[in-house]
Design a protein around this ligand. Structure first.
Ligand code: F0G
Length: 446
């Protein structure tokens, strides 16, 4: 099959509009060339993020009608608690309103000035939360990930040799395995790589935490790409993955198939108690953690729906279809296709724009100008000197866009590729201290 067929049909529709070229031009100027500041109603196809943007199922909507909004002891909390325990195999989970709230709790529980955190590649908010308390970050993805065009199936892996060197040298307080590796191109982590990383952390007495926000997609890749697990169910691979950790956190806005939600689980009961004390200060009581009863219901149902292998076949099939079509236009893409997004690497195509002038951002602006398409830069604008790639990421919201939306985007990308030498660089006119890409203001370089 050259294209994935949706294993659902549409019950509710939301209209989308393509503003005129003049309006798009004006909106870019008003937004100071920061795509986060463009109103979503003025975006035709929105690939900004797969976080909290997907469509809910009829089962999720039905569960939301039954939600219990009680402050303490809510029925909806006990449903979510049960779902998290079934999904992870951990007991006594802690609810949070989204992933970064768990990151803040982890910083308070494990980190301090000068503490070292090692990861296959932290996401920007995790990096931001950890560095805010003075931690030093070492991202050590597997060397195979450097060659974006090769067929290596698990480019999300951590470099085990470097991990052991760092653990041996001392000062490492936390190892975080991000499944899938979002900033590393949405690439999966092999279960065997996770197991070996865990064995090393056990040997040196350092806790390993899983960032599990796309663990269902990751587990589907383990099943498809590692023959050892070909006969396992995704559900069992997810459970097996969590065994090789001392704790985990999840943004439910990704594989929770929910618009809001998250959790933190920890093996150590002392740390759990400390986390709950802080939760009440920062997020809310331990039976809702910043979530409404409705959020907890939709998250509880969504977690289980994410394990449906027909859904995962379609989901990863859609990303693969999109990645293959974009590759045919001439742009370089992260290969093989990953779990939630297409990543275009712009450096070869835009050699005339130096990294200090954000070549990937230049493509982001052009996509909106030409097609009303919103994507996100994951490169020097987001990560400064820590950027490994100059990526434009097209994250696909779950169960929302159809093949024609992808084909339209491919056509716009093909047109821009033909005119690529006309693209210009950008410079910052305002730079915020943390996570600068969100609030940055820019102007084109003359
Ligand atoms: N970890 C990873 C790997 C993520 O991709 C994200 C969010 C988070 C943690 C934080 O979770 O948003 O619920 O606070 N990623 C979104 C994205 C925002 O667009 O990739 P959050």
């Amino acid at each position: 099959m050259r294209y994935p067929v949706e294993p659902f049909r549409i019950k509710v529709v939301e209209p989308i509009n393509l503003p005129t070229r003049e309006e798009r031009e004006r909106l870019l100027i008003e937004a100071k060339y920061n795509i986060f500041k463009v109103p979503s109603e003025k975006v035709f196809v929105d690939f900004l993020t797969d976080s909290g943007t997907g469509a809910l199922s009829q089962s999720q909507w039905a569960a939301m009608m039954e939600a219990d909004e009680s402050y303490a002891g809510s029925r909806s909390w006990f449903r979510l608690k049960g779902a998290i325990e079934t999904f992870t195999g951990y007991e006594d989970p802690i609810p949070v309103h989204q992933g970064r709230a768990a990151e803040k709790l982890l910083s308070a529980l494990y980190l301090h000035e000068g503490a070292i955190v090692v990861s296959n590649t932290l996401f920007d908010t995790t990096r931001g939360n950890f560095t805010a308390v003075g931690a030093r970050i070492y991202d050590i993805p597997t060397p195979e990930a450097q060659d974006i065009g090769s067929d290596f199936p698990f480019k999300g892996n951590i470099d085990l040799n470097r991990l052991e060197d760092l653990l041996k040298a001392g000062g490492v307080k936390l190892v975080v395995m991000v499944l899938t590796n979002n900033t590393g191109g949405g690439q999966p982590v092999d279960l065997d790589n996770l197991k070996e990383a865990y064995a090393l952390t056990q040997k040196y007495g350092v806790p390993l935490i899983i960032d599990a926000c796309r663990i269902s997609e990751n587990s589907y890749f383990v099943k498809k790409r590692n023959p050892k697990y070909a006969n396992w169910s995704v559900r069992d691979i997810v459970l097996e993955s969590f065994k090789y950790s001392d704790g985990a956190f999840m943004s439910g806005k990704k594989d929770g198939l929910s618009n809001m939600g998250g959790f933190l689980v920890l093996r150590d009961p002392e740390k759990r108690l400390r986390a709950k004390e802080l939760l009440i200060l920062w997020e809310g009581f331990i039976h809702y953690g910043g979530l409404s009863g409705r959020d907890m219901e939709s998250f509880a149902v969504g977690l289980m729906e994410s394990l449906d292998e027909r859904y995962l076949e379609y989901r990863t099939g859609q990303v693969a279809y999109f990645t293959e079509r974009v590759k045919e236009t001439g742009w370089d893409v992260m290969w093989p296709p990953g779990g939630h997004a297409v990543y275009v690497e712009v450096r070869r195509a835009l050699p005339h724009i130096p990294r200090e002038q954000f070549p990937a951002h230049s493509l982001v602006v052009e996509l909106y100008r030409r097609g009303g398409i919103r994507a996100v830069e994951i490169g020097s604008l987001m990560f400064k000197d820590a950027a490994r790639y100059e990526f434009v990421r097209f994250a696909i919201p779950r169960r929302m866009y159809l093949q024609s939306h992808l084909d339209y985007t491919v056509e716009v990308l093909r047109e821009i590729y033909g005119d690529r030498e006309k693209l210009r660089g950008y410079r910052l006119t305002y730079e915020p201290p943390y996570l600068r890409h969100f609030l940055a203001e820019l102007e084109p370089v003359a």
